[in-house]
Design a binder for this molecule. Structure first.
Ligand code: HEM
Length: 400
């Protein structure tokens, strides 16, 4: 892989790619794309797609070639009301990212945040039980409120924000980030949510300025960032920090529920819950694709990608790459899913990875099965999957 000296051929074209089919189930498309090559041009979505584990991870190691900064792809900047760290390159990105690393390290998560995560999980299991085995929906009655409540804590907004508002803001920002068709109604919702979060921050920031705490918001504020950038990064945390952990809770219950042998292996203690969490993030990655833009013409895995091209790094496809994971399409909690790309990699690797692993993999899931030992996916009511860039269960009826 290099910048070009002689001109390599253009990558194969996937003119058959159907984004609406991918929203139903992206995995057959990923398999077809990988069979075509490590780089594939997909005109239907205006992108060059990196399909293999090798091409995605190599691109993550070369942010000077695959830039997170773009002047043309601005949906995230508009949705969040400013440019967050995820749309910047180092050194600007690093200044913002390093401010929040300390409070999201595994040890700080364990000592500072996990006790609150446990309390939240118990409260919402009570609620799930109250809904009853004929009506309970794991997404609505447990996953979404748990993820929202945990993020309220991490942002230091306890007591000023309800789980319903947090959930709605997250959905609005995610919809805005994906609003490539420019739907005015989506921008209207983003602006409304920005204004509502803004009103909360107007109240909180002066207090945090006087009395810093362990929250993400406080850390962003005290590293000297302009107010607009603090707010954009709080919005970024709201977008990913609710939606993805909620999807991981439902994905894990769905994966284990539809593979009872695997559930038995975890419940017996043979495999740790944390390992099952990693395997689920590999097998059913909540984020299927992340965008980048080329900073020059490239010879990438033997094909030519032009300067200024929109590139999609297909995390969901890389995580099913047979050359890295044996029998990659099989859900197998005993495997070491080490090296999976469900949280990205390189400088933008998910900042909330350890918080999510603790909250979902080590607290929510074991506690759910401990308190509701017969918990299972309800065969009488249909589960509803949606999306491929952000993929998850919109509804997961469960019974016991
Ligand atoms: C299971 C849950 C989660 C998944 C699967 C996930 C996935 C990801 C992925 C794939 C990226 C990289 C995006 C890219 O390279 O373009 C990312 C970045 C990020 N995530 Fe997460 N995430 C999760 C939970 C969280 C939580 C709970 C938080 C907040 C506490 C969070 C905050 C962030 C931030 C701030 C970034 C940007 C990092 C940077 O630019 O340096 N995430 N996440």
């Amino acid at each position: 892989m290099s910048t070009t000296t002689t001109t390599p051929p253009a990558p194969p074209v996937a003119d058959w790619l159907d984004p609406s089919g991918m929203a139903r189930d992206p995995y057959p498309t990923y398999e077809r794309l990988r069979a075509l090559g490590s780089v594939v041009h997909a005109p239907a979505i205006g992108r060059y797609l990196l399909t293999s584990h090798a091409s995605v991870s190599a691109a993550e190691r070369r942010p000077e070639l695959f830039s997170a900064y773009s002047e043309t792809n601005l949906t995230m900047v508009r949705a969040l009301g400013g440019r967050p760290m995820l749309r910047k390159n180092d050194p600007d990105h690093c200044a913002e990212r390093s401010s929040i690393n300390a409070t999201l390290r595994p040890r700080t998560v364990r000592d500072t945040w996990s006790p609150g995560f446990s309390h939240t999980v118990d409260r919402w299991i009570d609620h799930l039980l109250e809904m009853g085995p004929a009506d309970a929906d794991l997404e609505r009655d447990f996953a979404a409120p748990v993820a929202s409540s945990n993020l309220i804590d991490l942002l230091g907004l306890s007591g000023c924000v309800g789980v319903g508002d947090m959930r709605r803001w997250s959905t609005d920002f995610i919809d805005g980030i994906g609003n490539i068709l420019d739907a005015p109604e989506v921008w209207r919702r983003c602006e409304q949510s920005q204004a509502e979060v803004g009103a909360v921050l107007d109240e909180i920031l002066p207090r945090l300025r006087r009395a810093p705490d362990s929250s993400i918001t406080s850390h962003l504020l005290h590293c000297g960032l302009p107010d607009e950038i603090v707010r954009a990064n709080v919005h970024l945390a709201i977008s990913g920090g609710v939606n993805e952990p909620a999807h991981m809770i439902t994905n894990m219950v769905w994966a284990l529920g539809t593979h009872p042998g695997q559930l038995a292996v975890v419940r017996s203690g043979e495999v740790e819950w944390g390992a099952a969490f990693e395997e689920t993030a590999r097998w059913l990655s909540p984020i299927g694709m992340v965008p980048r833009e080329t900073t020059q013409e490239l010879d990438w895995f033997g094909t030519r990608i032009p300067l200024g091209a929109n590139v999609g790094l297909l995390l969901g496809s890389a995580n099913r790459d047979e050359s890295v994971f044996d029998d990659a399409g099989r859900y197998e909690v005993r495997r070491t899913a080490r090296g999976h790309l469900g949280f990205g990699s390189g400088v933008h690797m998910c900042a909330g990875r350890w918080a999510a692993k603790s909250a979902v993999g080590e607290i929510a899931l074991p506690r759910l099965y401990e308190r509701i030992p017969t918990l299972r996916v309800d065969p009488a009511r249909a589960a509803d999957w949606n999306g491929w860039v952000f993929r998850g269960l919109v509804s997961l009826p469960v019974t016991w």
